[in-house]
Design a protein around this ligand. Sequence first.
Ligand SMILES: [Zn+2]
Length: 431
Amino acid sequence: MTMKALRASLLRFDPTTTQAQFEEDGLLVIGPDSRGRQVVQAAGSYSALKDMYAQVPVEHLPGRILAPGFIDMHVHYPQTDIIGAPAAGLLPWLENYTFPAESRFADPAHASAVAEFFLDELARNGVTTALTFATSHPASVDAFFEAAQRRSLRMISGKVLQDRHSPDGVRDDTEQSLLDTESLIRRWHNVDRLGYAITPRFAPTSTDAQLHGAGELAKAHGDTWIHTHVSENKDEVKWVRELFPKARSYLDVYLGFNLMRERAVYAHCIHFDDDDRCLMRDTGAVTAVSPTSNLFLGSGFFDFEGADRIGYRYGLASDVGGGTSFSPFATMMAAYYAGREGQTKPGVSIPPSQLWWHHTAGAARALGLAGGVGNLQPGCEADFLVLNPAATPLLARKTKLADSLEELLFAMIVLGDDRLVERTVISQAMA
Ligand SMILES: [Zn+2]
């Protein structure tokens, strides 16, 4: 199949410095790589590239911005229907809304229907890759991956492990849960663009035997992901201290079961001390920062300054249904608010281009997918967005007034929603 090109403004990130790069009049050239997957062949200014690609058909999109697809580092597709469920806090929210909703995913037809809706919603919001929880039912994983595979998406998911402190309908059996995980890894991991995540819900709902088994699987399948929650809520932290009295901290519980390594993704990481932060850095584990969820459930604020000071990696996530929006613009806005509330250094103003990086190229780097997704440099898989910065009257007025890239990006973060995303393009495999 032949190459094609799009001419519009172009946003991408320098892979070395992580700085945003912006071409007012840019060109993005797409074509197959040696495996037949659509990738970025060239990206840069139109004037610099136009002669070299003179034979390639160009779609001209004046007034539009080409940007990398967003990456949601932590979300629960089975919680799509409980977004905005009112609850006093994390633990009552789990009991009253989450577990009843997730018990329905034993039914493959229900799981498929929700997976399709969820993927439609991600596309409408410009999210092209997500690391998502399924439920404890293996059928929920099959339903999700089948839907993602049909759409040619790069997605990561896994069966939830929860063999205690969970009601009938979602609680699994220790031995069977590990066998199911192993067979799902063999069925789905590295098939097309799909990846498997070993997914204990969180330490309180797994026995030592299940966490031990998860750690063994993570060692045997070293390029799978590990995906769980840690230090979200104070009542939860207290509960973990009672359940695991020998552990130095909540995070240390996971270390004890060999669940910290590269590609281990921990949602939240709010109630951390510097020893925990060093542990993240030294093991290569990363945080999925979920600010709309943290604000909604009253859990607290992620400490961006602490993470940067110690130097461990993190990226942004919606955490729907604890999170309140699938929109990356809502997540970036909430991350900005959370940065203002920093624990060790309040009042931080995270630059808009860094918020954007943490939801695209930075999230890809945290997931171990740098150079593959989350950017529009040559060789990146061609998952990208066509943004219309004039999608609403106020957006049109405000983005026109922008004097710098930071002002333009912040106008879109503050005022943007799914209307800003005119088109979401997914890299296809070509014969
Ligand atoms: Zn979550």
